[in-house]
Design a protein around this ligand. Structure first.
Ligand SMILES: *Cc1c(COP(=O)(O)O)cnc(C)c1O
Length: 354
């Protein structure tokens, strides 16, 4: 295993930071001056390098492009009010990355590379860390198969890369959501719990069909009855009934275990709500809507934190919500944001100093 001290650093001759307008940062558009790159071969991870962000030279026979051994993560780092950079729960993403790797028959990435490499990369590109409220540095680790042979088998070689992208405030506009009954994102025994590239390619058609009907995204349902609720687009989903929050449980392996989901569960409990992780179907949601007990519903994820749902459509039945009157999810969002940006005490040790 490599030591953090072994990371080779080659810096850019001239930073491109002045070419980026920090007042206009569309999500995922700009990348910092450097990236971390590590190759896996002969059963071991080679020396990690931090080098100028640059194109990769790859052969068309690259295994990842043919059979999809490719996984990723999404993490955010914030500048605290004391000026220091902190990463939000990176160990949770590190663990999840290796769970995805195992499912896709890829090697585990050691903590020294994932966490130490990430910290060193942020140190090198620290000027890119926005210094404004609600701004952050989005972190994108990826790993993919690099064998140049088109037999279907786990690759013997891989590349692990971390990219950094400065991002501005993400206004989570209330969403209009279509309950999906035709397409399936994840089935028991499948790969729904893994953050592998193919899950996202496979979801684009459903999202496009929902858009054509005037909706922003789909609410995924189970693969057999199309009644049991899974996730909203690429976010976990929560339903608030009175003083109770319900979110789909993880045991079937059809749901991505979101770090924001886990943080929301913790903070909702601290707010005095009861949180139930269990199966929930669309009939219960419709019943709650008709009785007036369903008060709020929202998605959770690193990019937008909390995204309210203002309209939910199941077949011809349309449920509408006055999101501007909601109390619980705006409070949850503010508490999470305040912890991440250092305005509120970090009781759970979620913030890791760079
Ligand atoms: C990444 C992701 C989430 C959210 O996970 P976070 O760790 O909260 O960002 C939820 N669902 C899917 C399908 C995802 O890919």
């Amino acid at each position: 295993m490599i030591d953090a001290m072994d990371i080779q650093i080659t810096k850019v001759e001239r930073s491109k930071i002045n070419e980026v307008d920090f007042n206009n940062l569309p999500f995922g558009r700009y990348f910092t001056d450097h990236m971390l790159e590590v190759d896996y071969a002969d059963g071991e991870w080679k020396t990690a390098e931090i080098k100028p962000y640059q194109p990769l030279l790859l052969e068309p026979s690259l295994a990842a492009l043919h059979y999809g051994q490719a996984i990723f993560e999404g993490i955010k780092a914030y500048r605290n009010k004391d000026g220091h950079a902190y990463i939000f729960r990176p160990y949770d993403n590190f663990k999840r990355f290796n769970i995805s790797a195992e499912r896709m028959q890829m090697p585990a990435v050691p903590e020294e590379i994932f966490i130490e490499g990430l910290r060193r990369l942020i140190q090198v590109d620290k000027n890119w860390m926005p210094n404004k409220e609600d701004y952050s540095l989005y972190i994108r680790p990826i790993m993919f198969a690099t064998d140049t042979s088109i037999g279907v088998k786990p690759s013997d070689t891989y590349k692990f890369i971390i990219l950094l992208s400065p991002t501005g405030p993400y206004y989570a506009a209330p969403m209009r959501i279509y309950v999906e009954e035709k397409y399936t994102r994840a089935a028991p025994g499948g790969v729904g719990f893994a953050k592998n590239a193919g899950n996202y390619g496979g979801s684009l058609k459903a999202a496009a069909d929902a858009k054509a009907r005037g909706y922003d995204q789909v609410l995924w349902t189970d693969s057999t009855e199309h009644k049991w609720l899974q996730e909203v687009g690429t976010m976990n989903v929560f339903f608030i009934f009175g003083n109770k929050a319900v979110t789909p449980s993880l045991e079937e392996g059809t749901i991505l275990e979101g770090v924001t989901r886990d943080s929301a569960i913790t903070v909702l409990k601290e707010m005095g709500l009861t949180v139930e992780e269990r199966k929930i179907n669309i009939d219960e949601v419709i019943d709650g809507y008709k009785k007036g007990t369903l008060s709020e519903l929202f998605g959770t994820g690193t990019a937008a934190t909390i995204s309210p749902i203002k309209e939910l459509r199941y077949k011809d039945f349309v449920m509408q919500f006055e999101t501007e009157k909601w109390k619980i999810s705006p409070t949850l969002k503010k508490l999470l944001t305040d912890i991440r940006e250092g305005r509120k005490e970090d009781k759970h040790g979620w913030m890791v100093k760079v």
